[in-house]
Ligand binder design. Sequence first.
Ligand code: BG6
Length: 463
Amino acid sequence: MSLNKAFTIFGGTGDLTFRKLMPAQYNMTAANAEEAQSRIIIIGRRDYTTEQYCELVRDWVKKFARLPYEEKTFEVFAKRISYFKMDISDLNEYARLSEYYTAENIDDHVFYLAVAPKFFGVIASGLKAVKEASLGKVILEKPFGEDLESAKELNKQLETFFPAENIYRIDHYLGKEMVRNIQTIRFTNPIFANLWNSQYIESVQISAFEDLGIGTRGGYYDTSGALKDMVQNHLFQILSIVAMEWPEQFSTTAMHDAQLRVLRALRPVEDVRDSLVLGQYKGYRQEKSVPTDSTTETYAALRLFIDNERWWNTPFYIRTGKKLRCREMQIAIVFRQTFISAPRNILIIKIQPNEGVHLQFNVKTPGDTDEITQAKMDFSQSSSISSRINTPEAYERLITACIKGERSWFSQWDQIETSWDFVEHLKDLYRWDKLPVFTYEQGSDGPAEADNLLKRFGDEWVF
Ligand code: BG6
């Protein structure tokens, strides 16, 4: 263990830390990763000793770590952890934290802000005041602000405390195995690469279904809604990877620029009725911390266009929602028909829970007939236990990438700003037109109006 390095988590007793960050760090320890050669300093308000905290973590690791729980490994992992009690909103407390780092000879940092954005500023200025900020990187969780204005303000504030190149904005979808696979599938296979445009692709459909509701996050979720919680960040990241031009080089800047050009080319919406449907699941208003008259959307379906030569005539359909019939996320590329009577070729990239690729194409029906049958070929990447055990989870990859300084795995400020702007404007149009937020049954596919959004234009959802 490099004793001078520390991975400090602000919000050390929160859900994210227990469910994702600590299991990820455990996996990294178990895999003997170089990036696990650091101390883990947990900052929390509660009165725990390090030993008590480690006992809590043990249970979460057992439940959520990718790699099997082993007593010996856990002991090694636990030796990395120290609990430091402090009130993060009290600027005076940071001197004490700094003294602690000095006493422990720690001078190389990654700070993970697993807290609400309202604390980002105070933590950053606290760390800057005691000069620790200049010794490390900072990882932020979304939401980056509550709207475009507050996101801008937050960004400005952060950049006064940390150099821009040391700020890592996490979008955990970018760490998902099949999201990383999109470029390989697309660019390295001529059968897809050469057809990846409006001439051959009729529509692109990105669906992110969740079967769970909002759980105990009502307070946050009701101020956010599906558009800001899922579309503006995760789904726009995916859209920009699917649609981007071949980056001239695989450098971080070239990748980010290619993605940003897609977001900037999103066609401004003229008639919002043709572009957006919002829904809310029945029973949402009875969820904890949700006002009984809330109109926050738990479902959104969008029909968008990208104004460039490659995509001018291909709609991008996006939909996501909570309390739907299943948990499934996939990207469907629907190719145009060549013969009117033949079914369309469809390529499906399955992101989760199963990871893989599915291809539908046409063959002759066997026997004395010229009829056409659809052949369905499946490649399942996640079916074997060994592949699951060997594939790092999103947070594990992203923590590792940050420590290595690989920025292409993180969202850039200009991407966030562009997508905030687009989504906010879209939502305003919806409101100004006084369009309803349609209710839908729990366990369904969302409101029927989302199906009509496609039907009106002769399309239908593939999934
Ligand atoms: C988070 C959203 O960013 O992503 C949650 O805030 C959502 O509302 C979650 O449930 C989905 O992530 P995953 O990895 O479970 O698809």
